[in-house]
Design a binder for this molecule. Sequence first.
Ligand SMILES: Cc1cc2nc3c(=O)[nH]c(=O)nc-3n(C[C@H](O)[C@H](O)[C@H](O)COP(=O)(O)OP(=O)(O)OC[C@H]3O[C@@H](n4cnc5c(N)ncnc54)[C@H](O)[C@@H]3O)c2cc1C
Length: 419
Amino acid sequence: MKPADSDMGILKHGLQYPFWRHTMEYDIIIIGAGPAGLSFARSMADSGLKIVLIEKSSKKVLANPPYDGREIALTHLSHKLMNGLGMWQLIPDGQHFKIRDAKVLNGDSDYSLNFDHRDTGKDNLGFMVANNVIRKVAYQSLQGFDNVTILTEKEVLKIGTEASHGWVDLSDGNRLEAKLLVAADSRFSTTRRMMGISTSMLDFGRTCIVCTMDAELSHDDTAVEIFHYDRTLAILPLSNNQVSVVVTLKSDNSDDVLAMDKADFAADIMGRAGDQFGKLSLTSKLFAYPLVATFAKSFHKPRFAVIGDAAVGMHPVTAHGFNLGLQGADTLAKEIKRAISLGQDFATSTALQQYSTIHRRASLPIYHGTNAVVRLFTTDTPPARVARDVLLHLGNFITPAKNLIMERLTEEKATRQDM
Ligand SMILES: Cc1cc2nc3c(=O)[nH]c(=O)nc-3n(C[C@H](O)[C@H](O)[C@H](O)COP(=O)(O)OP(=O)(O)OC[C@H]3O[C@@H](n4cnc5c(N)ncnc54)[C@H](O)[C@@H]3O)c2cc1C
């Protein structure tokens, strides 16, 4: 039998695929097996629902993601959620670290705004784990769940929803259908756009350059953020005297920095960090990330939801991107399970609306707060310099504001279910 015209798909590069479309049915299709997509799949794995993740990268990459320079600062809530999902336990010893204290400095001033773990009643303010390690353990945590399938080296090219189901067309010509589609395909999510969800985007015209360095002097498990006038420098504690270095600078200067040889780069960082770390030497290559913050106008439609960076793509200065992604994945999973326990259709019931409301409430203040910090600390006018200085000085004395920031890092409650 010859395929009908409607079965002749057009591939991305204009080629036709001359085979039958094979339709498979699932309860949930997750687009993107990044940290958010994998965590959400793991959160739903024990529900018994039939779940499929679709990912462009290969199985080899998912099983062993290459180092990408990102060392992720995690809150206590993320630590708790990863523990609950069996992910934390899979991180090998020596690959997770503690941030005990933190300090923020303005330019060359010695004065710092200090965050001391002893004010929180906890042993530390947060944790550090490399992004590729998070991806690896999230993938590993799904092994053994027969109801979860991961399709690799496949791209979602088209997406849509009907009253009874949603569907995705894959690069291999197959169509998959499910009760619910969940987009976890990055801050530049193409499926979010295809579903007509508009997004506010803030292009900072800046680039983040990240690497690891060895420090001569102990980092004392302290995260240091220094706001210079032309760039921001964060130095985050890893193992022993190893640190993660995050430089944020105007994008038109980034090529010059990326072209620096190792010694010149180290000398530049030492000049900006002062003498608190002693001699610094580069231990990884330099990785560059252009900075664009995004916030989806809506986190759901009937039979469709966005999670992770596809919902909220944060500027990394306040280190909240994945923390929010994990929190959102947890919220969505809980709302879906609640709807199922009430005998409702989880893909059209109030579950998605509830997820949207809770996650918006959790992320909007952090999103706007972070962007305001970025504006204040990257505006190089004399009033902005004064405002920064005043803020840092006042910060040490206005304890409610400081406590709020520390609470955000160390609290373990998230959604209404935890309360
Ligand atoms: C320099 C830097 C430092 C950071 N530091 C921190 C920090 O300290 N703390 C913190 O919490 N967060 C931090 N973040 C943010 C964190 O890295 C992100 O929030 C997180 O990686 C987002 O995960 P995600 O799964 O939503 O998206 P992604 O990691 O972008 O994954 C999306 C996945 O979808 C796949 N995909 C995309 N389109 C398709 C398609 N059409 N079909 C199939 N697959 C598709 C991609 O291949 C990819 O695997 C930082 C980010 C940067 C850039």
